[in-house]
Design a protein around this ligand. Structure first.
Ligand code: C2E
Ligand code: CA
Ligand code: CA
Length: 568
């Protein structure tokens, strides 16, 4: 058999008496998937199996009897060399894995001593190594952007925390963590699709890694959340860096033939000020980012303790929202609105309250931000519509006339799909006329998507539901778009009303607003009226109605009923 003769090792020329492996043993050795070779005490090859031949890419006939180190001079001094020498000298087995550059291969070798020299078993572990490296890369990197992932980020942060603790240095410079969160990325994703969203994330990551010192580590730790680590910095230097970064990131991205702009909010935490753990450090940066976001996005904030307390409260509230809905802890208070002409009630504004089991009755400023950013934003609309209609039906049963009830909606609530139909459905359920309902929205609500807002307002009008523009004068105050909006009532913001008693200019502005509203066919209600002086000015300006503490504070349902009875 050819294979048999082929596999029989040639007798080395002067290697002393050596038994060629018996045919069946040679067969067996040749069938091994491991390389197998014997080397005598003078470092000459005495046997190589078929696999060894293949691994070494040399014909074994050319190697047998020759000096190992002459055949493979690059091995001299290498790790393999040391292991073979050691095994030969001590008689103990050796093991070593190394890269052998001339063959471009990783070999794992095991060497065993015997009387005549050593035997070496070796495997090509190149694939395994590459696979392991790949796995390691995948386990520590984000597939989309190639940046480090959350796991890797925690590893690096932990190391930084440990190093800072062991060095115990108290000087000013510190490492800083920047927590970067894209603003409105969900909307971008919804508008352009996930493919473009992914491309934007990749582009964003590329910009992050392109920035030079002092950032030395970048990771993507969540959908649109990134972390940068800065070395040897101070709070003010880190803030300056973050501001510059926001500038860089603001330049539009070109994706699939479109130009898309992104903005981000950045929170900063200094390692020096968050001793303890990597989690604490990241949480601090996250909390600071959250604060940056709530103070209007496209902002930078550094962490401080007060912020942490505020954050903890917000988080706690967020956790309690479900319970609040389930246990019916929300309620409505109503603030009457009075016509300036004859003092009669024109309606009431429904204002949300949370009867919190531990913290008592909460007004919206304590929880509305959290609620509107939570998954319960939509549930609130349902609850609100039902509650308002229920109260109207109850007053009707008591023969109490409340001409109209206004309810407040956020931008997203206003633009949510099917709003008008939902209002009509619920109103019908309680046999409430749509004309008894008024929807209050703020200016920022409208400018975010003026086309869509206009069409929703028109639909509401069509359905017989009236609309009010809330806090007019406190926001964008662009009079231009006002002309095009189908709005019934303009609510003059309390900041104007407050200024009335103090400045001539405020009177002039209010006259202007009332005049404009009238020419557009809108009514006006002044908010936050607290004194007689303001009433006189408002009457003078031609304002239609008022709402404020002077007339009444917001009242619970029963108190409002009594108030209305007294008026009638
Ligand atoms: P807003 O719509 O401007 O409501 C008027 C706020 O001014 C109410 O505060 C009211 O209590 C207060 N106020 C009334 N009269 C006076 C006064 O004479 N002087 C002063 N200084 N303040 C007065 P509240 O109830 O705390 O509501 C705060 C904001 O929360 C509301 O401002 C509204 O934007 C929002 N909000 C209230 N209820 C809801 C709701 O059901 N849904 C939504 N989306 N937002 C709501
Ligand atoms: Ca309002
Ligand atoms: Ca208002």
């Amino acid at each position: 058999m050819e294979r048999q003769s082929d596999s029989r090792p040639a007798r080395p020329t002067d290697a002393g008496p050596r038994q060629p492996a018996p045919a069946h043993l040679a067969d067996m050795l040749d069938s091994l998937s491991d390389g197998f070779m014997s080397i005598d005490r003078s470092w000459r090859f005495t046997y190589l199996n078929h696999t060894a031949e293949r691994f070494l890419q040399r014909d074994r006939q050319n190697l047998l009897g020759r000096d190992v180190w002459q055949c493979y001079p690059d091995l001299v001094g290498s790790g393999y060399y040391r292991v073979y020498q050691e095994t030969a000298a001590t008689g103990l087995p050796g093991r070593h894995t190394d890269y052998y550059a001339p063959l471009g291969t990783w070999f794992e070798v095991r060497s065993f001593a015997h009387d005549d020299g050593i035997t070496v078993l070796f495997r090509d572990v190149t694939r395994e190594r590459e696979h392991a490296a790949q796995l390691e890369f995948e386990a520590s990197h984000d597939y989309l952007t190639g940046l480090a992932n959350r796991r890797k980020c925690m590893e690096v942060l932990s190391r930084a925390v440990a190093e800072a603790a062991s060095s115990g240095s108290r000087h000013d410079a510190s490492e800083a963590v920047l927590f970067i969160d894209l603003d409105h990325f969900k909307e971008v994703n919804d508008a352009f699709g996930h493919a473009i969203g992914d491309e934007l994330l990749r582009g964003f990551a590329k910009r992050l890694t392109a920035i030079p010192d002092p950032a030395f580590f970048a990771a993507r730790v969540g959908g649109d959340e990134f972390v940068l680590l800065l070395r040897n910095t101070t709070e003010s230097a880190a803030e300056a860096f973050a501001h510059a970064l926001l500038g860089e990131l603001a330049a539009p991205f070109e994706v699939s033939g479109r130009s898309v702009s992104l903005s981000a909010s950045i929170g900063i935490a200094l390692l020096r000020e968050a001793p303890g753990s990597a989690e604490t450090l990241l949480n601090h940066a996250d909390a600071a980012m959250y604060a940056a976001k709530s103070s209007g996005r496209f902002q930078v904030r550094s962490y401080d303790r007060a912020l942490d307390r505020g954050m903890r409260e917000r988080l706690a509230l967020r956790m309690e929202l479900r319970e609040a809905f389930e246990a019916n802890q929300f309620e409505l208070h109503f603030q009457p609105q009075i016509a300036l002409s004859n003092g009669s009630a024109i309606g009431a504004e429904a204002l949300l309250r949370w009867r919190h089991p531990e913290r008592g009755l909460l007004t919206p400023h304590a929880f509305l931000g959290v609620l509107l950013e939570s998954p319960y934003e939509g549930a609130l609309v349902e609850w609100l519509l039902n509650a308002v209609c229920q109260h109207i039906a109850a007053w009707r049963r008591q023969s109490i006339s409340v001409p109209r009830v206004s309810l407040n909606l956020s931008a997203r609530q206003l633009l949510s799909v099917g709003l008008t139909d939902r209002i009509l459905d619920i109103a019908r359920e309680y046999d409430v006329s749509p004309a008894m309902l008024d929807i209050e929205v703020t200016e920022d609500c409208l400018v975010s998507d003026i086309e869509k807002a206009t069409s929703v307002l028109s639909a509401l009008k069509q359905a017989g539901i009236s609309t009010s523009l809330d806090d007019f004068g406190s926001g964008y105050s662009s009079l231009g778009y006002l002309v095009r909006l189908p709005i019934d009532t303009l609510k003059i913001d309390k900041s104007f009303v407050r200024a009335l008693a103090e400045s001539q200019k405020a009177s002039a502005v209010i006259r202007g607003i009332v005049g404009l509203a009238r020419s557009l066919g809108m009514k006006t209600i002044a908010e936050g009226v607290e004194c007689q002086r303001q009433i006189a000015e408002l009457k003078d300006a031609g304002c239609d109605a008022i709402q404020g503490y002077l007339v009444s504070r917001p009242l619970d349902s029963k108190a409002l009923a009594e108030f209305m009875l007294r008026l009638s």
